[in-house]
Write a protein that binds this ligand. Structure first.
Ligand code: FAD
Length: 437
């Protein structure tokens, strides 16, 4: 009896596509007999609070679709539910494995997970190959001339553009290499949502994965108005890798500098988290950890449920719960309202967004929350406090957005504000000032 041929594992994580997938391309091209693997990671899933988490349903659908695509090329997707190091250890004990290919991660959890897996593989003489896929530049590719990381966006963005414009953004035609997949194998079937403790939950995610040229041409003029369909809604696809960021950046370079700048904000916050991992728990600027936050659970609940009496804030918070999305302008207003008007710790708001946003991304969420609270790098000065009523007049003048989410607006059922703007603003400035002096 001949021994089974060694396989090369390609482990999908936040790169859930066959198209233009860097590490998948390298595995197929350099090794052959490639067995794709996906693990429903218990270290992540067991911490989720809701059985109706839309993201788990979305991932489950994407994984089923990927399996079907891979089967149409003669292979099959191996899907497990467990802790990654344990799953990979078991696979290597049951099958000869030549190498493991992954696309690299930038979050503290992903880095620790990959180190654990890499160490256990190395002990068995198996190499783990890691490639850059979910950003254009690696975390240490764009540094200040003195070798330190940038902590201000604009010079980072300029340097990023210089670097990227002077090179060619590669394309990895992984789909053309699929003949190098390992033949289909009846591994364990894809675990059902039910078996993993979740319920099938409806979600809305844009099907078109590249924003239209028309949307990008008008992005600069329309992006701030939540009542208008002026932004791409691509965040969820970038988060789970159902689009290639390289394609998005090429598209942006052709059609919209303003949209390109937003994609660079994403990479800016990725490198902040990577270079300054303390931001996951603490303020980027330590002095801001001295602020005396109000542990006011009733006001927090009113904010979460969209019952603050400020129509734009309430519309945003209701949109988030109902859809898993909130427009960027409204995210800025609700975040500022929580940290300044209610003087509630930004980490409470950050955790609420992490629970509900379909496009939740630790680095972007943390970076933007710290920006809104004033504690982050390149953040607005603490004494600048958004006035939610003026924001409504400016950015939803026809009340298109507010009336969609706050139907009682303008009726006798309209809620009274839970805090008065002027006194809340003065309280915030005084509290911040006391902590920062
Ligand atoms: C308090 C707060 C929390 C946020 N949390 C997240 C989060 O968890 N995940 C997330 O992807 N974005 C987050 N953002 C940034 C931004 O609101 C969303 O990226 C954007 O609203 C997503 O909609 P879109 O895909 O239509 O974006 P578009 O406006 O079409 O922009 C295209 C892409 O650029 C990136 N981008 C745009 N703005 C930003 C930004 N300010 N920071 C980082 N990347 C950006 C995103 O990947 C986005 O999908 C947050 C913003 C705030 C103020």
């Amino acid at each position: 009896m001949t021994a089974p041929a060694p396989i090369t594992l390609f482990w999908f994580r936040r790169d859930l596509r066959l198209h233009d997938n860097h590490a998948l391309f390298r595995a197929l091209k350099d090794q052959g007999n490639v067995q794709p693997l996906f693990i429903f990671d218990r270290d992540i899933l067991d911490k989720l609070e809701d059985v109706d988490d839309r993201r788990v349903s979305f991932i489950h659908d994407v994984i089923s679709d990927l399996d079907a695509q891979i089967r149409s090329h003669g292979g099959s997707l191996w899907v497990e539910h467990g802790k990654p190091a344990e799953v990979i250890e078991r696979i290597t004990e049951q099958h000869p494995v030549k190498a493991v290919y992954v696309n690299s991660d930038h979050e503290p959890y992903g880095l620790a997970r990959d180190k654990e897996v890499e160490d256990l593989l190395r002990a068995k003489g198996i190499l783990m190959h890691s490639h850059l896929d979910h950003s254009i530049v690696a975390q240490s590719d764009v540094l200040k001339p003195d070798g330190n990381p940038y902590t201000v966006y604009t010079p980072y963005m300029r340097r990023w553009k210089e670097r990227v414009r002077n090179s060619v953004i590669p394309a990895y035609a992984s789909e053309d290499e699929l003949a190098a997949l390992a033949p289909a194998h009846e591994h364990t079937a894809i675990p059902s949502l039910d078996a993993m403790g979740f319920r099938n939950t409806a979600y809305t995610v844009p099907l078109a994965r590249d924003p239209s040229v028309d949307l990008l041409r008008h992005y600069g003029d329309r992006r701030n108005f939540p009542g208008v369909e002026g932004t791409s809604r691509i965040g969820v696809h970038l988060r789970f890798g159902t689009v290639s960021v390289r394609e998005m950046v090429r598209h942006a370079m052709r059609h919209s500098e303003v949209w390109l700048n937003e994609l660079i904000w994403r990479e800016f916050f990725m490198q902040i988290l990577w270079h300054f991992p303390h931001v996951e728990q603490r303020a980027f600027r330590p002095a801001y950890d001295g602020i005396t936050w109000r542990d006011d659970e009733a006001s927090f609940l009113a904010w979460c449920e969209g019952r603050t009496g400020y129509p734009l804030v309430d519309a945003g918070m209701r949109e988030l719960r109902a859809t898993g999305f909130m427009h960027n302008r409204v995210r800025m207003v609700v975040a500022s309202f929580l940290c300044k008007h209610l003087l509630i710790d930004w980490r409470w708001g950050e955790a609420w967004f992490a629970r509900w946003l379909m496009d939740f991304e630790l680095s972007s969420n943390n970076g933007n929350w710290q920006w809104a609270s004033g504690s982050g790098c390149d953040a607005a000065p603490y004494f600048r406090v958004f006035n939610p009523s003026l924001q409504l007049q400016r950015f939803d003048p026809e009340l298109v957005y507010v009336q969609r989410w706050v139907p009682e607006y303008g009726t006798s059922d309209q809620l009274q504000p839970i805090v008065e703007h002027r006194s809340a603003r003065e309280r915030a400035i005084a509290t911040y000032k006391a902590a920062l002096q």
